[in-house]
Design a protein around this ligand. Structure first.
Ligand SMILES: NC(=O)c1ccc[n+]([C@@H]2O[C@H](COP(=O)([O-])OP(=O)(O)OC[C@H]3O[C@@H](n4cnc5c(N)ncnc54)[C@H](OP(=O)(O)O)[C@@H]3O)[C@@H](O)[C@H]2O)c1
Length: 254
């Protein structure tokens, strides 16, 4: 039976690139995004060209725990197992602390952090089942891999991105806590703390601002979503002993 990967926030950017990568290497893929529409349809169609009917798209908001139950149920109904969860869905907010209203704060924290807990909580029983269904899995092989997309701002904080930094710092701590709790069950939990990635999330920057950021990065460029997808895929192939790590992918920036 093919392994299955769930990728939240797969309509664009890093999520789309990850979906294409996992489809290419033979996984069943579950795509998700809040707004769906043309963008999610495009990812679905790109994946279908690669892996036929081994991909489904489920539109909905991962900051809503009842939707997350539905998402995981649909994944298991479609493909019978879950091996990889990529908690990628996220939003940014750039503004002063004084301008960060209750609504903005809650939206950023719920979308970026609460969603990670909801998805993690729902996949654990299915990842545990992978080992109970097949006791021949070597101890070094993970029963499941949970990979959270964090940010360098979760490591060091960013001015004018307090809510975003808090959400990603929360992901880092949550990743380490889950890794400790789930290591006895052979489930690995790691985070990729991305630096500057060429996606819609940074389209609000002027050309001058973009070049200013790039001038601070030793690699002298933004990462492509495809590079981050490679890192995600390779992390998902690591032995279970690699767990609880915040792997920073920032071209040497921070
Ligand atoms: N780009 C960077 O420089 C950078 C750096 C560090 C970390 N990251 C992180 O990388 C992840 C992916 O971001 P990206 O750069 O690829 O940005 P992006 O192009 O803006 O994509 C964000 C994705 O998240 C989805 N999404 C947002 N809210 C959602 C919700 N409530 N439920 C389900 N899906 C939701 C969006 O879907 P719809 O809008 O279609 O609903 C979209 O597919 C985020 O967690 C981001 O914080 C990015």
């Amino acid at each position: 039976m093919n392994k299955t990967a769930i990728i939240t926030g797969a309509s664009r950017g890093i999520g789309r690139a990850a979906a294409i990568k996992f489809a290419t290497v033979g996984y069943n893929v579950i795509l998700n995004s809040k707004n769906g529409g043309e963008n999610l349809d495009k990812t679905l169609s790109l994946c279908r060209n690669i892996c036929g009917d081994r991909v489904i798209a489920v539109k909905g908001d991962v900051s809503d725990s009842s939707f997350v139950k539905e998402l995981i149920d649909k994944a298991v109904t479609a493909f019978g197992r879950i091996d990889v969860l990529i908690n990628n869905a996220g939003i940014s907010y750039v503004g002063l602390i004084q301008d960060t209203s209750d609504d903005i704060w809650q939206n950023v924290i719920n979308t970026n952090l609460s969603s990670v807990h909801y998805c993690t909580r729902e996949v654990i029983p299915h990842m545990l089942k992978n080992r109970s269904d097949n006791t021949d899995i070597p101890i070094s092989e993970a029963s499941g891999h949970i990979i959270n997309i964090s940010s360098v701002w979760g490591n060091v904080g960013a001015s004018c991105e307090a809510a975003y930094s808090a959400s990603k710092g929360g992901i880092n701590a949550y990743t380490k806590a889950c890794a400790k709790e789930l290591a006895p069950s052979g489930i690995s939990v790691n985070a990729i703390a991305c630096g500057f990635v060429d996606t819609d999330m940074n389209r609000h920057l002027t050309e001058e601002e973009r070049l200013d950021v790039i001038s601070q990065i030793p690699a002298s460029r933004a990462a492509s979503p495809e590079e981050i997808a490679e890192i995600l895929y390779h992390t998902s192939q690591m032995p279970a002993y690699l767990t609880g790590q915040i792997i920073t992918a920032d071209g040497g920036w921070i």
